[in-house]
Design a protein around this ligand. Structure first.
Ligand SMILES: [Zn+2]
Length: 246
């Protein structure tokens, strides 16, 4: 049975405690929808097979798929780029990728990132041997390239896409006031960890964190896990800084 428009609105209102951004888990990865009428933006497209959930998200937001004008990819791992082709077909949106990962997306190959722990390190070594394309997206040629910063004013949004390298070299995040849609630059895992277990360049990621700590960010929407206050990342920052100094 269809809900009345009113109750859908009320439900959205309750969920939109941070106005404008709706986060939804598609498979085991998050997407974020910047709800802005006919200038809406989808950040990442989740794990493959998630179209049904994506449609639910648009309905919850009170927008049509065609209202999505831009799809921003925080990076090109498969769990953030699943459903991309279908979403483009459905919405007609343009796709923005960072210049360092344009080729990855175009060729459909992104290397498996390096595991930073004993277990994740083992997974990476094994994966690189038996299934090197495991982390890769399906090949797609992006329409738009971010070569440092990408302003969203064309979409009537006071915000920008910024480079946040580390997890991958072409990782990017969306900064909207004091909110950051971070992709895998920050995670919020069940074990309380914020630093991703798989990182290409851990020292560069910490430098990126330092820069982000300087901005007046409050809320982070991570690539995996629930949104959190950026202060939650401080202890992981200290821990990894010490770890990487040795
Ligand atoms: Zn990733």
């Amino acid at each position: 049975m269809n809900k009345s428009g009113n109750s859908v609105f009320l439900e959205n209102f309750k969920r939109m405690t941070t106005p404008g951004i709706l986060q939804k888990k598609i498979g085991f990865s998050n997407v974020a929808l910047i709800v802005n009428g006919a200038n809406s933006i989808l950040v990442d497209t989740g794990v493959r097979g998630g179209m049904k959930k994506l449609r639910i998200l648009f309905r919850e937001a009170g927008i049509a798929a065609e209202d999505i004008r831009l799809i921003i990819l925080t990076h090109t791992h498969y769990d953030h780029t699943g459903n991309l082709q279908k979403m483009v077909k459905l919405s007609g949106a343009k796709v923005l990728v960072h210049k360092n990962e344009f080729e990855n997306l175009k060729t459909g190959f992104t290397p498996i990132p390096d595991g930073q722990g004993k277990y994740s390190g083992f997974i990476t070594r094994l994966g690189k041997k038996v299934y090197p394309s495991y982390a890769s997206p399906r090949a797609f040629t992006a329409d738009l390239i971010n070569s440092g910063e990408f302003d969203l004013k064309e979409y009537s949004i006071d915000g920008k896409v910024i480079s946040t390298p580390g997890h991958t070299s072409g990782s990017q995040s969306v900064l909207l006031g004091d909110q950051l849609i971070a992709g895998d630059t920050f995670l919020n895992l069940n074990n309380g960890r914020i630093f991703p277990p798989f990182v290409n360049e851990p020292r560069l990621l910490l430098e990126t964190w330092e820069k982000l700590f300087q901005l007046k960010i409050k809320t982070v929407y991570p690539g995996h896990g629930k949104r959190f206050n950026i202060e939650k990342a401080y202890s992981d920052y200290e821990r990894w800084k010490k770890k990487l100094e040795n």
